[in-house]
Design a protein around this ligand. Structure first.
Ligand code: GTP
Length: 230
């Protein structure tokens, strides 16, 4: 099978309901192309050091194939409709550059994202340090933390839990983020990683709605002179 070549936006439609939506929707919902249904849309930023497999994961998720060569990314974007029960959602996967010279572009993606897949390679403990550096630097400048899933990729290359996995277990505790092992080569854990992040995003969005409803109720429970009413 011919492998996809990189472009700013891939639209290969290989065995998948992958659909490209070039125009942005501001309200977080996108129109399903064929049926006119409105589905929630989640922007997922794939973050991590160069060579950890961010593009391979994004392409495996969207096009169900494995890219062998390492062609450093500047920025790519993929769209996919994911079916879930009787409905579904639209995934917009933003594949960022691992190279630090593109840090500004990466920060723009993070600013636009709903959640982050923080990727490191299980066979390279230094890639976890680099991810930690990238994520901590960015998070420090933000008021609100984006939902994050920590992804240990290239699990096909390691036979036992190594240094990177032990360090990742400590980080998941510190960051309060779930951890999952994947292989972009064998597809192990790939769909699960994206689904887990969507779940984290939905939870975060629900808690924002709940806390704003609580605030509204508290406001209503105050009479005009400022005292509380039952
Ligand atoms: N064995 C194995 N190789 C992988 C896996 N994921 C990626 N690779 C290989 O690792 C190399 C780098 O993968 P990329 O997806 O290009 O890495 P990247 O993180 O996007 O790199 P940048 O674009 O430079 O940031 C490629 O040769 C991939 O084929 C995996 O799960 N297992």
């Amino acid at each position: 099978m011919a492998l996809p070549t990189k472009s700013s936006i891939l639209d290969l439609r290989l065995n998948t309901q992958c659909t490209r939506y070039p125009k942005e929707s501001n309200d977080g919902w996108a129109k399903c192309k064929d049926s006119g249904r409105k589905l929630p849309k989640y922007k997922i930023v794939v973050l991590g050091a160069s060579g950890v497999g961010k593009s391979a994961l994004a392409i495996q998720m969207n096009h169900q194939c494995f890219v062998e060569e390492h062609d450093p990314t500047i920025q790519d974007s993929y769209w996919k409709e994911v079916a879930l029960d009787n409905s579904g959602y639209i995934l917009n996967v933003l594949d960022t550059a691992g190279q630090d010279i593109y840090r500004d572009l990466r920060d723009q993606c993070l600013a636009a994202g709903d959640g982050v897949l923080g990727v490191f390679a299980l066979d390279d403990p230094s890639s976890l340090d680099q991810l930690q550096q990238i994520w901590s630097t960015w998070s420090l400048q933000q008021k609100q933390r984006l939902p994050l899933v920590l992804v240990g990729n290239k699990c096909d290359l390691v036979t036992a839990a190594g240094e990177a996995q032990t360090d990742a277990a400590i980080l998941t505790h510190k960051w309060g983020a779930p951890f999952i092992k994947t292989s972009a080569k064998t597809r192990q854990g790939v769909e699960e990683a994206f689904a887990l992040l969507v779940h984290e995003i939905q939870r975060a969005q629900e808690s924002v709605v709940e806390s704003s409803m609580e605030k509204t109720q508290q406001h209503k429970a105050m009479c005009s002179c400022g005292c509380s009413v039952a």
